[in-house]
Design a protein around this ligand. Structure first.
Ligand SMILES: NC(=O)c1ccc[n+]([C@@H]2O[C@H](COP(=O)([O-])OP(=O)(O)OC[C@H]3O[C@@H](n4cnc5c(N)ncnc54)[C@H](O)[C@@H]3O)[C@@H](O)[C@H]2O)c1
Length: 336
């Protein structure tokens, strides 16, 4: 039985990843500090479902706690590590940047140090489409330069890509960095648009629509994302011989390190997303048109060719279908 360490296991994406790995016969160690950035009860419910499996072990602590990951790696010697624990969110990084420094930068450093001592077969770490920052060339390809992050959140995530690259190079650790594009679905995050919009529409309160609705996002359904992650687990990067990297591959010429976009490769207008919620709920949103928010970008759109060439897979759930599944979950969970 292979052992996977999943950090951020009580989070939205982490709980789905753990479920999938348990279903696939892994023993799963889930590490999460149950941070109070959003409703802790939701995180506890996600963890409680995982704890029904005897192959799941929950560890409640912070990734940056000195010695914690080193001890956990020594004890469990994970074969695979999926690092999702992070302080997420673009807007909150203006209010509380220190939490991003601690969770994202120091937390990832502690993880890399533990991996250096007890090397797993493959480590997969969550970065973000926000790493593309001010790039305007769409769709975003992993081989494009990504040097102009617009928020401290994105800056910390891009830094973890660089930190991981140096450890992959120096210590021969195979590392895949994911750039996720606006992930949504049941059990989703209360700080994200779909949750906030659905809640407001069902309660007949106004929704804030930024940049007057002129926003595009490459919305990625959570189960598609997890399927892509599952396939990538068994596709570790290999340090290229003679530094020769195939065209279109973000593989480093000097390290077993690769960046992979996971997105639908379809830029959807925010207004179309809102209309999908209106269609499922049968209600009309009260739109409060707002200017662009600091740190945010008007559009994201993934080039998903690399994911396709590595795994043969492209996420494909269309927004109306994914939104319907979220609204169904929301109504059931909150007994609306
Ligand atoms: N959801 C998206 O659209 C999206 C997009 C791009 C990148 N990401 C990245 O994917 C990962 C998972 O995101 P998510 O949407 O599931 O977010 P989430 O907030 O639901 O999950 C993150 C989990 O990490 C935990 N955590 C936070 N800081 C921690 C710390 N210092 N130590 C231990 N645990 C800690 C939280 O309690 C939470 O349960 C994050 O790294 C995020 O930055 C998400």
């Amino acid at each position: 039985m292979r052992t996977a360490l999943v950090t951020g296991s009580a989070g939205f994406i982490g709980s789905f990843v753990c479920r999938r790995l348990l279903d696939d016969g892994f023993r799963v160690i889930g590490l999460d500090c149950l941070s109070d950035y959003y409703d802790v009860a939701l995180k506890e419910r996600r963890h409680a479902m995982l704890m029904q499996s005897e192959n799941f072990r929950a560890v409640i602590d912070k990734v940056e706690t000195l010695g914690l990951l080193m001890d956990l790696f020594a004890e469990e010697k994970p074969d695979v590590v999926i690092h999702l624990a992070a302080q997420a969110g673009v807007r909150y990084s203006i209010e509380n940047p220190r939490s991003y420094l601690e969770s994202n930068i120091i937390g990832t450093f502690e993880l890399l140090e533990a991996a250096r001592a007890y090397p797993p077969e493959h480590m997969l770490l969550a970065s973000t489409s926000s790493a593309f920052g001010a790039n305007t060339q769409m769709p975003y390809a992993e081989t494009d330069k990504a040097d102009h992050q617009m928020s401290f959140y994105a800056a910390t995530k891009k830094s973890t890509e660089n930190m991981a690259h140096s450890y992959a190079h120096l210590f021969d650790l195979p590392i895949t960095m994911f750039r996720f594009f606006t992930v949504y679905g049941p059990w989703g995050r209360p700080d994200m648009a779909l949750f906030k919009f659905t809640k407001a529409i069902l309660e007949d309160t106004p929704i804030d629509v930024y940049n007057h609705g002129d926003m595009k996002r490459d919305f990625t359904y959570v189960e598609d994302l997890v399927h892509a992650i599952r396939l990538l687990i068994d596709t570790p990067p290999v340090r290229p011989e003679n530094g020769i990297v195939p065209d279109g591959d973000s593989l480093s010429p000097v390290a077993p390190h690769r960046v992979v976009n996971i997105g639908n490769s379809d830029a959807v207008q925010l207004i179309a997303f809102i209309e999908a919620i209106e269609a499922v709920t049968g209600k009309t949103a009260k739109r409060n048109l707002m200017p662009m928010q600091a740190g945010d970008v008007p559009a994201t759109w993934a080039n998903a060719d690399l994911l396709k060439s590595l795994t043969g897979y492209t996420p494909k759930t269309a927004v109306p279908e994914g939104v319907a599944k979220f609204v169904e979950w929301y109504k059931d969970y909150y007994d609306v």
